[in-house]
Design a binder for this molecule. Structure first.
Ligand SMILES: Nc1ncnc2c1ncn2[C@@H]1O[C@H](COP(=O)(O)OP(=O)(O)OP(=O)(O)O)[C@@H](O)[C@H]1O
Ligand SMILES: [Mg+2]
Length: 377
């Protein structure tokens, strides 16, 4: 007979009769199964707890605890609940077969033991057990993938809100400027609207990418990115929020003309989250400064520093978690879901960059992101 079963399939034989235990160990051992034995119900329960087998062969007639009681106890444990049990009943007692099946056994074999019958029944149930285990494994994997997909959808939905609010804001400004604003100014606003529409389009594109949804992650590829262009774009995008709160938003950079290795769209998303946070949590008429500095370690550091309420040590530990709205609250009714920094950290890690926050409560906060400087030919 062909043996389709994995070599590591294990069987626990529970019987007080040494002869029958030996016979089964030889027959099933030769078949390639790993055999463990127990001479009674209590010993069986111990073995199952320590080392759960794939299948249990259980004798009905045993002195201290019979097979029915042992089965009941096995089924009441978390480890034993799903392990198939095959009863061993005397040919002369057909009623035991029925009762065994009623109590939850999957099958029975008759004593005296017939080697071919034992192998046929055990092989069948071992195949079923393997399929059941595969299903359980795949089910668990599906639950994880489903969660990852939900996280991903949540992240994309969240980051669609930022460009959309910029589009809304600038559309309102254009309407107000129609009477007195110059074409040049209005054209500038329209460009910002267009760029943010492109960002939303890219995000939706990612969302619709079947691979992305299936793997639960956005595949980010690094390229050479001009940091000054990115910072200027982020400043322009956030200029209206800064203006409306009377906040001065500046960019000083000794490394302003450097290029880094990162993904352009993702780094814009990261910087936009950090700058919009700085503006959101800083009171009116203060200052937010962006700085780009090349370090000796071959990394370029970009700092976003504000004059807001700062972040306590306790809050700093939670800062990059999901849905963390901490002590600082928006100062002009801006929206706050507590997801921005969670997404930022994921994106920075995917680009092989680094992010950190330093802050003393009451004295503003400083976020720093670091990326490798691109080598020039
Ligand atoms: N620059 C900052 N100064 C002070 N507190 C901050 C600063 N940035 C973030 N925080 C605190 O950390 C929390 C989490 O920030 P995060 O960007 O993840 O969420 P959010 O800005 O509240 O909402 P979202 O970004 O999802 O719109 C904020 O709610 C705020 O309490
Ligand atoms: Mg935020």
């Amino acid at each position: 007979m062909e043996n389709p079963l994995p070599i590591d399939s294990s069987i626990l034989v529970v019987d007080d009769d040494l002869m029958s235990t030996r016979l089964l160990s030889v027959v099933l051992g030769n078949r390639g199964y790993q055999i463990d034995t127990a001479d009674g119900g209590m010993a069986a329960l111990e073995r199952i707890k320590e080392n759960p087998p794939d299948i249990i062969l259980l004798d009905v007639v045993m002195p201290e605890m019979d097979g029915f009681e042992t089965l009941k106890r096995i089924k009441s444990t978390t480890t034993g609940r799903d392990i198939p049990v095959i009863f061993m009943t005397a040919l002369s007692k057909p009623a035991d077969k029925i009762r065994g099946l009623q109590e939850g056994a999957v099958d029975y074999i008759t004593k005296p033991i017939n080697a071919d019958e034992v192998i046929a029944r055990v092989d069948t149930h071992m195949s079923l057990r393997k399929l059941q285990k595969d299903l359980e494994f795949k089910n668990k994997r599906l639950v994880v993938l489903d969660q990852e997909k939900n996280d991903f959808l949540g992240m994309v939905a969240h980051d669609l809100k930022n460009p959309l609010s910029v589009i809304q804001g600038f559309s309102a400004v254009i309407q107000e400027s129609l009477d007195h604003g110059s074409n040049e100014v209005i054209c500038g606003y329209l460009k910002i609207i267009e760029r943010n529409s492109v960002r939303m389009f890219t995000l939706i594109d990612d969302l619709l990418n079947v691979n992305t949804i299936e793997s639960g992650t956005v595949k980010i590829t690094n390229e050479i990115v001009d940091i000054a262009a990115v910072v200027n774009e982020v400043i322009e995008t956030n200029s209206e929020s800064a203006r409306s709160k009377g906040i001065v938003l500046t960019f000083e950079g000794s490394a302003g003309d450097a290029s880094i290795v990162a993904n352009r769209q993702a780094i814009i998303q990261v910087m936009d989250n950090l700058v919009s946070n700085a503006l959101k949590f800083t009171p009116l008429c203060k200052k937010v400064s962006i700085r780009a500095i090349t370090g000796a370690n071959g990394y370029l550091k970009c700092e976003i520093e504000d004059e807001g309420p700062g972040i306590s040590d306790d809050d700093q530990k939670k800062l990059f978690g999901k849905f963390q709205r901490l002590s600082a609250r928006p100062t002009a009714n801006e929206s706050s879901t507590g997801l921005g920094l969670y997404i930022v950290k994921k994106l920075v890690e995917q680009m092989n960059g680094r992010i950190s926050c330093t802050s003393t409560l009451g004295k503003g906060a400083k976020f720093a992101i670091e990326f490798p400087v691109a080598k020039t030919e």
